[in-house]
Design a protein around this ligand. Sequence first.
Ligand SMILES: Cc1ncc(COP(=O)(O)O)c(C=O)c1O
Length: 304
Amino acid sequence: MLSFRKAIAGWYKRRFNVTLDPTNEVLTLIGSKEGIGHIHLAFVDPGDIVLVPSPGYPVYPVGTGFSGGVSHIMPLTKANGFLPDLNAIPKEVAKKAKLMWLNSPNNPTSVIMTKDYFKRAIEFAQDNQIIICHDAAYSEIYYDGKRPASFMEVEGAKDVGVEFHSLSKTYNMTGWALGKVKSQLDSGVFEAVQEAGITALGLDESVTDGIRTIYQERRDTLIPGLKQLGLEVDAPPAAFYIWVTVPKGYTSASFTAHLLEKAGIVTTPGNGFGAPGEGYIRMTVCTTKERLAEAVERIKKIGF
Ligand SMILES: Cc1ncc(COP(=O)(O)O)c(C=O)c1O
């Protein structure tokens, strides 16, 4: 439906000042997840390398595997600011890689990438002939009024990359190849959903401002509470996620189990997002601030 793609392009223009041609630079997806999974079928042949951040969204390595590709892990560690260290990728791996996944704001660390980081990634992609797939699913959930950038805002991005957006389910440039794959797998997004999307994308910013205010209040309830308990945690700049260092004497799994069994609190062990996530748990702000305050009280009661 061209009118939905036009609404997406209009939103990109207003939000990021990025010009997209709705006829051939935007593709609507059933959800960004299926596009993220399917894009490997368009570009990755058996044995090809895909650069995958870890901890990270599991669909990147799983989609790679479905195409017979091999994931090369880019560890996200506190020492590198939870950003992939492009200099640490061996030259022979970079030369062989077909595709690189980036995700800002990040799931599970909530870290955001600057335009300068995107610029370096674009240079890396140009030098090594790699397609960058940027997952921007959380770009509209940000705090303190500091808006995350779109990968597409940076010069050269369109030549090397594709951006996946969740609300607008956007993606760019190499779209036709993914479009070909998708035309054999589904018959497009249900029109009523596209109509709803057109309305959502045309709404005033005050709607998303209201949503962000709710998340910010939740974040600002949970973070000080966790800090008061003595847990090591940074306030995230974006996304729903709180990446907490597990206290001494625990692993990701044993701390998750402790919180679940003793306090009835569900968290996700960091190593579930990849081995470099060991030593962390992921909490979310997807419940009310009252429940989050209660969670802090419950952790206080059981100790750790
Ligand atoms: C990093 C990331 N990307 C993409 C998605 C998929 O979003 P959707 O398929 O709802 O657009 C998710 C959902 O959890 C996610 O965490």
